[in-house]
Write a protein that binds this ligand. Structure first.
Ligand code: GAR
Length: 208
């Protein structure tokens, strides 16, 4: 059996509930995902995902932007310090699981082709923080009959864009509300994110 010390390591970045983090934790526990979560970092202290990580015995770090803003420091400094903080854990992959900041080059340069973002829409559709509501509104205007989820690499500062690793369509049904559509999207995300990460870490191990 492989010792956990030799498994590919993940840094998971969150800003909120962390239901996708929980899916990753569960997949690691069950053996579906052959990786180790080295650290969970959040820009929000109240992010419930931090509690999920602590309950699972995973190191957590809180890295707020406000002190940087208050001190007149720019985003590059925040990003560089986050990269330095994560470097303590030497992650192989950085997984953005509901991380609501856009990274500058000061962060991105440290993890070329090793940052994975999850987004609740299909490529080229509904970027940003309100993808589920934007898709529902487009459905109500008769413009789309489905939305979806995607997992992609983050090579640069574009929002929710980059080489696509996996997508899955999610139907929008008549009568859907934010909550019913969000529940369907999140269930899809949990499976697609874990599946994509499993393939990614398997292919990176086999290339070593
Ligand atoms: C997820 O739906 C994720 O796709 C989305 O934030 C949610 C986090 O949920 N990310 C984005 O919108 C990125 N633009 P969670 O905290 O329950 O995992």
């Amino acid at each position: 059996m492989t010792s956990s010390a030799h498994l590919p390591t993940l840094a998971v970045l969150i800003s909120g509930s962390g239901s996708n983090l929980q899916a990753i934790i569960d997949a690691v526990d069950s053996g579906r995902l052959a990786a180790r979560i080295a650290v969970v970092a959040s820009n929000r202290k109240a992010a419930y995902g931090l509690e999920r990580a602590e309950a699972a015995g995973i190191p957590t770090r809180y890295h707020p932007l406000k002190p940087y803003r208050d001190a007149g420091k720019d985003r590059n400094q925040y990003d560089a310090d986050l990269a330095a903080l994560l470097a303590e854990y030497a992650p192989d992959w950085v997984v953005l699981a509901g991380w609501m900041h856009i990274f500058s080059h000061a962060f991105l340069q440290h993890y070329p082709n090793r940052i994975v973002n999850l987004h609740p829409a299909l490529p080229g559709q509904f970027p940003g923080a309100h993808a589920i509501d934007d898709a529902l509104a487009a459905f109500q205007r008769g413009e789309v009959d489905h939305t979806g989820v995607m997992v992609h690499l983050v090579p640069d500062e574009r929002v929710d864009e980059g080489p696509v690793l996996a997508t899955r369509a999610v139907p929008i049904l008549p009568g859907d509300t934010h909550d019913t559509l969000a529940a369907r999207i999140h269930a899809t995300e949990h499976d697609l994110l874990v599946e994509t990460l499993s393939q990614l870490v398997r292919s990176s191990v086999s290339k070593e």
